[in-house]
Design a protein around this ligand. Sequence first.
Ligand SMILES: Nc1ncnc2c1ncn2[C@@H]1O[C@H](COP(=O)(O)OP(=O)(O)OP(=O)(O)O)[C@@H](O)[C@H]1O
Ligand SMILES: [Mg+2]
Length: 280
Amino acid sequence: MAETLKKGTPAGTGRGLPIPADAPALVIDGLVVEHRNRTTGEVFRAVDGVSLRVGAGESSAVVGESGSGKTTLALAAIGLGPRTGGDVRLLGHELASLGRRRLRKLRPEVQVVFQDPHGSLDARQSVRSGLRELRGLQRERTAWIDDAGLLDRVRLSPDLLDRYPHQLSGGQAQRVCIARALLMRPRLIVADEPTSGLDVSVQADVLALLREVRESTGAALLMISHDLAVVRSVCDSVHVMRNGRAVESGPCETVFTDPADGYTRELLAAMPGARWRARR
Ligand SMILES: Nc1ncnc2c1ncn2[C@@H]1O[C@H](COP(=O)(O)OP(=O)(O)OP(=O)(O)O)[C@@H](O)[C@H]1O
Ligand SMILES: [Mg+2]
């Protein structure tokens, strides 16, 4: 599975798994992920008992400083990274009881947008041939739109279809990544710092696009970010992580206007142009 992590969003093959109509996109209960240092044998707990829920079509964020365990949590939650303990239900399926084959069948329903769009795209493939490859893997699922229509959905000119990744700007490359995710009509999009590798001038556009894609497709979104302003503009709820633990969770409005945890208050105070001031 590691190769799908490096190049493009995981596509999966064949027929999908049935997904119960009312299934939440993601339910995590007491997730623990430990990494073992191969040299010293020491065990490091990167995720330490985190619980969260993203309902169908909802958008939820995980925020926290670098190294707090956000990416580890997200990868474990979608079966792309190791899981030491706890329960994960992905689109109504218990991850622990899904074998590799059944997990692969669930793959197209869960699309990932990574921080570095150029690193996510295969440098040897034009945009068109990359899309052709995805279509070959998922014929029925991807037949709903043609390439030009798809690029139009992410506001890119069809002229870009014959370009290679190095001929795209960061913002254009991230739009291509979002288009590739959109092509699969996923139920859940995981976006790991989708704008932090981009020029500030295009960040807002890419966020607006993600929001629009989510609303128009009804997909749920799990957004990972260290940038609270990003989270507030896109997500309904937020989970604040520190040292592998969720120190505060709730609707964005509540967490941003009346944070209960001291660490959340520190994060908010550090926001550029922060208007939030301690009420206590
Ligand atoms: N494969 C691994 N082996 C050992 N330790 C790891 C591994 N992957 C991550 N870690 C450690 O786990 C912790 C959490 O890492 P993670 O990448 O999840 O953080 P993050 O919150 O996503 O950080 P960032 O904002 O920098 O992306 C870090 O201390 C990291 O060094
Ligand atoms: Mg990360």
